[in-house]
Design a protein around this ligand. Structure first.
Ligand SMILES: [Ca+2]
Ligand SMILES: [Ca+2]
Ligand SMILES: [Ca+2]
Length: 281
C-alpha cells in the first residue's frame, strides 16, 4: 500500500516523478485501532505489537537503518508496518511471545485506548533489557501540545534482551488518565530493550480494577542536580547507587549520599522500594 509521508516522499522524487502526479495521494492515512475489537481497554494489558493502523509518522515513527531490512524482527504479524516485530519461540523456560525490538531513540508507537474511568493508574511493562539505561516515555499527543505522562522511566538490565521481566513503573509510580477514547504514545527515549506488553491498573477504590498492584513509593532526594555530589534523602533508608550502565558504585544507610569522589554525571539511587535518577553536575 502506498503510504506517503514527508519522510519518504523524497526517494520517490528521484526514482519516479510520475509517482507524484496524483497529488491527492499525499493525504494522511487514517489512524485506527489495530484490533477488530476496537480500542485497547484501560484498565488492561496492551501488547506493544498491537499499535494502531495508520503508517509512518501517523501511528508510529520507525527509524530504519539504511543497511537493514524494514522489519528487522522478521515477523509477518504486521505486514504493512516496518516496525521491528519479532516472534520469540519458547526458550529457556520462557513462553513464546511476540515483541517489538530493535528500538531506536526517537521512535514511537501509538495506541488508541478507551479508559473506563478517570483517575490514577499504575503501570507495569514486560520487557527484556539488554542494556541498562533503557528508558521509555508515555504521552498523550494533542493538536496544540502533548501531555507527558512519563518522561523517562529507567529500566535496569535483565539477563539480556530476551530475559523478560515484569517491571513496575516508579518514575512516577502512577499517572492520571482521563476517561474515554484517546491516543496513547509510547516513546523510545533510550534504546536497549525488547518490549512485550504494558498493563495499566486502576489505583484505589475504582470498581473497575481488574487486579491490584502494590504502589511503589516515590524516592525524594534533594538537591537534584547537586553541584558538590552530596544528596539528601527525605528519610533514612538503605540505599545503593548505580551508574547508568548498571554498575553499583556506592551503597550505604541513612539520609546522606555522598558521591563527591565519583565523576560528575547521572546516577541512579535505589532503595528497597523506590528509585530516582540523580545528577552530579
Ligand atoms: Ca524497522
Ligand atoms: Ca526500530
Ligand atoms: Ca507482546
Amino acid at each position: 500500500m502506498l503510504n506517503f509521508t514527508l519522510a519518504n516522499v523524497r526517494p520517490f522524487l528521484f526514482t519516479g516523478l510520475f509517482c507524484l502526479a496524483g497529488a491527492s495521494v499525499l493525504t494522511a492515512q487514517e489512524q485506527t485501532p489495530f484490533l477488530e475489537t476496537g480500542p485497547h481497554a484501560i484498565p488492561g494489558t496492551i501488547e506493544f505489537e498491537d499499535f494502531d493502523n495508520g503508517g509512518q509518522g501517523i501511528s508510529w515513527n520507525e527509524i530504519n537503518p539504511a543497511d537493514k531490512a524494514p522489519n528487522q524482527g522478521g515477523s509477518t504479524y504486521r505486514g504493512d508496518a516496518d516496525v521491528d516485530i519479532e516472534d520469540r519461540p519458547e526458550a529457556d523456560g520462557m513462553p513464546a511471545r511476540r515483541i517489538v525490538g530493535y528500538v531506536g531513540n526517537g521512535e514511537w508507537l501509538e495506541y488508541t485506548v478507551d479508559v473506563a474511568e478517570a483517575g490514577e493508574y499504575s503501570i507495569e511493562a514486560v520487557v527484556g533489557v539488554g542494556r541498562a539505561g533503557a528508558e521509555l516515555g508515555l504521552s498523550i499527543p494533542g493538536e496544540d501540545s502533548t501531555r507527558v505522562l512519563v518522561e523517562n522511566q529507567y529500566f535496569f538490565a535483565t539477563e539480556g534482551f530476551n530475559d523478560y521481566k515484569t517491571v513496575a513503573f516508579d518514575d512516577p509510580a502512577t499517572i492520571m488518565l482521563k476517561a474515554g477514547v484517546q491516543v496513547l504514545r509510547v516513546n523510545i527515549v533510550n534504546f536497549g530493550f525488547n518490549l512485550d506488553n504494558i498493563t495499566f491498573t486502576k489505583v484505589g477504590g475504582g470498581s473497575t480494577s481488574v487486579f491490584s498492584a502494590p504502589k511503589v513509593a516515590q524516592l525524594s532526594i534533594s538537591p537534584n542536580p547537586s553541584s558538590n555530589g552530596r544528596f539528601l534523602l527525605d528519610e533514612v533508608a538503605d540505599w545503593k547507587v548505580y551508574s547508568l550502565v548498571g554498575q553499583m558504585v556506592a551503597a550505604g544507610q541513612g539520609r546522606e549520599i555522598d558521591l563527591s569522589l565519583l565523576d560528575r554525571g547521572t546516577y541512579v539511587v535505589r532503595t528497597a522500594t523506590a528509585m530516582r535518577k540523580v545528577i552530579f553536575q
